[in-house]
Design a protein around this ligand. Structure first.
Ligand SMILES: CSCCC(=O)C(=O)COP(=O)(O)O
Ligand SMILES: [Zn+2]
Length: 243
């Protein structure tokens, strides 16, 4: 391809999706969230309806913006299936992330702006300590997490309160990422207000209406997962029993 639309991923703005994916992956590597090519981030540019996707099997912390794939969205995004989408940019010699069908499922079903995938050890360990849902309540950091409660005055969904319970669905891992699509889709349909899913023995997918929100949720969840693992080691319940 002679014109690979480099202009789609070339910007001096650090907040441009192509730059953010690279800078955040480098930061996430430092937290052991995307070691050895694992994990990734996908961001939608709401102005252009372009979806930025990392290549597969590369060291995510060393990616350059020009390594990124770009998918063109459609009006209602109903064609956001991996076999139907149009890649408006395909870097030569690279293939899109194996997580592409999962990223596109989140964008299509939930109309989110960004999806973060990590192999955080807290996520993997917590997925082994709980069955269908990870649950935690009565921890201050829960207040950074979204709820399903609509505030008609503020015209937005409010965050969880201290005494609320954060619940994150858990699905079982499979040999190939694309095989997780149906289970992820079921989670999206059954729990449309969830902002994450744990994949047992694999990691976590976290999403938000913007990359800033997805990042806040991902950091908060990782902290809460780590805390929960320690609480369980101490024999403490992670959901405070009501008296
Ligand atoms: C050792 S990483 C295995 C694949 C995976 O789980 C992942 O998150 C990265 O996949 P990609 O195709 O984006 O490299
Ligand atoms: Zn993964």
């Amino acid at each position: 391809m002679s014109n690979n639309h480099d202009e789609l991923v070339t910007s001096g703005d650090p907040m441009h999706p192509a730059n953010l994916i690279c800078s955040l992956c480098a930061k996430f590597y430092e937290k052991d969230w995307c070691l050895g090519t694992g994990g990734g981030i996908s961001i939608k540019d709401p102005h252009t309806n372009h979806y930025f996707i990392a290549p597969s099997g590369v060291q995510k912390e060393l990616m350059r913006p020009t390594d990124l794939f770009v998918v063109e969205g459609t009006d209602n995004n109903k064609e956001l299936n991996v076999d139907d989408v149009t890649f408006v940019r395909k870097p030569p010699g690279l293939k899109p992330s194996d997580c592409t069908p999962l990223f596109l499922t989140c964008f299509k079903e939930l109309d989110v702006g960004a999806v973060i995938h990590t192999h955080s050890s807290n996520a993997v360990l917590a997925s082994l300590l709980y069955d269908d849902f990870f649950e935690i309540s009565h921890i201050e950091q829960i207040k950074a997490m979204p709820s399903d409660k609509w505030d008609p005055v503020a015209n937005k969904y409010i965050n969880l309160l201290f005494q609320d319970t954060l619940r994150i669905p858990i699905i079982d891992n499979k040999n190939f990422e694309y095989e997780l699509t149906d289970d992820l889709l079921e989670v999206c349909k059954k729990h449309p207000h969830s902002c994450a899913v744990l994949v047992r023995r694999h990691g976590i997918f976290v999403w938000g209406s913007t990359i800033a929100k997805a990042k806040i949720y991902n950091e908060s969840i990782d902290y809460l997962l780590g805390l929960a693992i320690q609480m369980r080691q101490l024999g403490l319940p992670t959901v405070k029993p009501s008296i």
